[in-house]
Design a protein around this ligand. Sequence first.
Ligand SMILES: [Zn+2]
Length: 193
Amino acid sequence: MRDGVSDAGKVSRCLSGDRVVSEGAVGFVLRGSFAVFDRNDLACVQLLGPGSTFGWEASLVPEHGPVHLLALLDSEWIELPASIPTQTMGTGWVERVFARHALDRMTALQAASACHAVHAVPQRVANLIRRLSHVSDADVRTTQAALAKAVGVQRTSVNASVKTLERAGALTVWRGRMRVRCRATLSQLACGC
Ligand SMILES: [Zn+2]
């Protein structure tokens, strides 16, 4: 598998706020964070961080369709043709990986649905920033437009939530970057999902 990745893998990079459409490929996130959208590109259904993978469906069902991603941070990932895992490791192995991946995704989807139904927008925005800060350097380099798309609200709502976090001393914003000033305050204001 490692040989397949180094021979056929293609490393790509993108900036925070960029849209990426991945088709017929299995991807491994190396750095940054992506929001994964549903087939109609309406709502964020999963967050990916370093070590996450996407596109296993294409290894089992080639006509499954593209994966729609939105980079929430500057990101780097490696993609390889979806046929490679099956060729190098066999269908049984891919099915096991897929089953594990599907379970993780189902659990994450259930948590996200419950969060959307119960938690208020400011709590969800704070939570997303908290999660992004775990995979960022000192500053979270993201855009409020990308956060709004990932949370599924208007940009003005994200803007108001971020201002509240600034007033509370949780973070400072400048030039499209957020610096977490007090992790405890940020966690207190976040829903924690
Ligand atoms: Zn929540």
